[in-house]
Structure formats: C-alpha cells, structure tokens
Design a protein around this ligand. Structure first.
Ligand code: PLP
Length: 396
C-alpha cells in the first residue's frame, strides 16, 4: 500500500479530509474498503518479521487497513499519539477499565454518566475488587477529596448524558497528574470538532463513534485514544488478545463521516441553539439545559473548553412523566428514539429509557427528573423543528 501525501502542517479541516489515507496500487481517490480476515506473506521470513513488529498486517482482529485509516484520522483530529477502534463505544469504555485496572485499584467517577458506563463501573468492576467512588463531577474539591493512594483512573463524561453537565477537564487532569493517576474523558457528546480533551491534559479519550462521528445513525463504533505509555503498558496486548475489533465496513462509513464532521457539527450547534432559545420561551417548559446558554450552570467553563454547545438540548416539561409522554407522542416530525447524533432529530425520556435501570437516588443525583426530555437536534430546518415542538407543547 502506498501512503498518500504526508500530513505536513495541515490544519484540522484538511486532516479531516486527508489524514491517514493510504492508497492501493489502483491509486483510488476514495479510501478503499478492504475486507479480509488474514494477510499473505511473500515468504516465511516475512511472516516472522511481521510478528516481530515489521510494518504490515497479520490478522484483522489485531489491525486492518481501513480500520487503521479511521484510527489515524481520528488520532490527528483529537491530537492523540495512538488510537484504536472498537466495535462500540461501550467496548471502548470497558476495554480501558479492564486493561488499565487490577484488583485493589480505585476509580473516581463523576456521577453524571451514561447508564451503561455506570453499570460497568458499579457492577462489573466491583466483582473484581475494583471500587468506584461516584462524586459531583462539577466540584473540583469533591475530586480531590475522593482521591486515594490506590486511585488509578478518573472518569468523566463532558458534556454528560442527559443533563449536559460540564466538567473542568484541565482541573481534573491536574489532580490526576498530581496523584499519578490517569484521566479518561468520554468525548462522545462533543466530538473532536468541538472539544479536544487531550489538549486540555486528559490521558485517555473514549468515543462512541456511533453518535456524532457517524452522524447519520447508520453504524455502531467506538474509539480509544491515548498516550503511548498507556498503550504500550496496558492496552496493546489487551486489545489484540480480547478482540473488540471494529468491522472494516463500519470503519469505512465513519472514516468518510469524519470528512464532514466539522461542517455538520457547526450546523447541529446552530440548530440546537435555536431550538434551546425557542424552548426557553415556552410556558410549559420549566427549564432548558444547553451548555452555551448563559443560564447553564457551567456556561463559562463550557465556552472555555468547547468551541460549540453541541447538538443536544435537554429540557424539563411541567407536569412530569404524563406531560413528557403527551409531548413526545404528539410530535409529528421529531422521532422518539434513545439514539442521538443523527441528521434526524430524536427525542427521548431518559427516566424511562436510557436511565431506567438506575436507582431513583442515582437518577436524582444526576438531575434526571420525571419531566426531563433529551433532544438530539438534527439537520432539519430549525423552523420546522420549532413548529413541531410548538404544536406538541400545546397537547402536553
Ligand atoms: C452512546 C454512548 C456510549 C456508548 O456507546 P455505544 O456505541 O452505544 O456502545 C458511551 N458514552 C456516551 C456518552 C454515549 O452517548
């Protein structure tokens, strides 16, 4: 395989289109989708050399050409030395914890988390004698107070799902450095178009590439981005031998999606801001959460570490669950779906879907109330979205 032009001092938007591309001898302009489980060697010596680390591929559980392009391109966009793709976002999160921790280690995590991340920390890791302290992630003193001599990983999702809490990545990374621990940031809600945690000091970034990176609701995927030391010491052999590999087809879709990520995110942010401002003016809406609105509790921090407020708006409908359900059921354009990060606007009621399995206390801690709705704002005309919400709010 011939490598395309070398990324010199290319800027992010150029890297998004060109970064990581390799070409076969056909010199195709579009990145090739290469499906193969294995690779043939010219001779036995070449086989031996590959297993000793010579460039080239051995087996697609370990690495494969199309997946490698996706990894390389996302690494360039995140400013990360290493990237490894996984089958889903949860495979990425789980691999980081299982690879990086052992019995007796301790984790500190923000309590505002995606339900499945909470399950892995609370239920899976505890079986292996790894304890997690859940704290208010917006309070730097709470992070400092929760640290123990055996704390190895700190975990945050920012903005968080579904209450869009913003956590100070620089501040928490500094605490991790002081303690010799590593900060893991789930960057699924922002994407590298809006936030680059490694540049703010995070040691590891995980993604559900299913969301804004795919951007069109087509394929599952995940990514782990990290520094070389974590990869060499913990991750490399774990991934090679446990096999949460991403399909080349999904990698190809999402590699091509990176080319338009920046443009799409700009429009998602613009639409979301419009919808958030519209909702804030509605009588039946008790509260709107959007990171770039001045009434968001961490508004200044959001502006400091993100270049856009993101595509998700959460809001509380007056009248709790019955009103929230009436609103959802009356929508004619916006779909009821627990997915997010699609061109199509999707709405969900977190209490009864994504956060249903949590205890009432855990939901209350995170601000997941009965009237809370999470809206992933798509690329439709925002006037149509506001009209749809207007007629549905009348019914609610
Ligand atoms: C969706 C999501 C995940 C899980 O990703 P999958 O691709 O669905 O496995 C993890 N974290 C956040 C913040 C998410 O939104």
């Amino acid at each position: 395989m011939a490598t395309n032009k070398k990324p010199g001092n290319w800027r992010k938007r150029t890297l998004a289109v060109r970064g990581g591309q390799t070409r076969t001898p056909f010199q195709e302009t579009c990145e090739p989708l290469i499906f193969t489980a294995g690779y043939a060697y010219e001779d036995a010596e070449e086989g031996e050399a590959r297993f000793k680390g010579a460039p080239g591929f051995q087996y697609s559980r370990i690495a494969s050409p199309t997946v490698a392009m996706f990894e390389q391109r996302l690494a360039l966009l995140e400013g990360a030395p290493v990237a490894r793709a996984t089958a889903t976002g949860m495979a990425a999160v789980t691999a980081v914890f299982l690879a990086g921790l052992k019995t007796g280690d301790h984790v500190v995590s923000a309590n505002a988390l995606f339900g499945s991340c909470r399950y892995v920390l609370e239920t899976v890791l505890s079986r292996f004698g790894i304890e997690t302290s859940f704290i208010d992630g917006t309070d730097l003193n709470a992070w400092a107070a929760a640290m123990r001599p055996n704390t190895k990983l700190l975990f945050v999702e920012t903005p968080s799902n579904p209450t869009l809490q913003i956590i100070d990545i620089k501040g928490v990374a500094a605490l991790a450095d002081k303690a010799g621990a590593r900060l893991v940031v789930d960057n699924a809600f922002a994407s590298p178009a809006l936030q680059r945690p490694m540049e703010l000091g995070a040691h590891i970034v995980v993604h559900s590439t299913t969301k804004w990176i795919d951007g069109q609701g087509r394929a599952l995927g995940g990514m782990i981005l990290c520094r070389q030391d974590f990869f060499d010491e913990y991750l490399n052999l774990f991934l090679r031998n446990t096999g949460p590999a991403l399909s080349p087809f999904n990698a190809w879709l999402q590699l091509k999606s990176l080319e338009t990520l920046d443009l799409r995110m700009k429009q998602h942010c613009e639409n979301a801001e419009r919808v958030a401002d519209f909702l804030a003016g509605q009588k039946k809406v008790a509260k709107v959460l959007y990171p770039f609105r001045p009434d968001h509790p961490q508004h200044n921090l959001a502006r400091a570490q993100m270049s856009g407020g993101g595509g998700v708006v959460s809001f509380e409908v007056e009248g709790g669950k019955p009103a929230a359900f009436r609103l959802a059921n009356a929508l004619k354009l916006i779909d009821i779906s627990n997915n997010l990060g699609d061109t199509k606007s999707l709405i969900t009621h977190p209490e009864t879907t994504t956060h249903q399995k949590l205890t009432a206390e855990a939901r209350a801690e995170q601000g997941v109330t009965s009237g809370l709705m999470r809206l992933s704002v798509g690329l439709e005309d925002p006037d149509d979205l506001c009209e749809d919400l207007t007629q549905a709010l009348k019914v609610a």
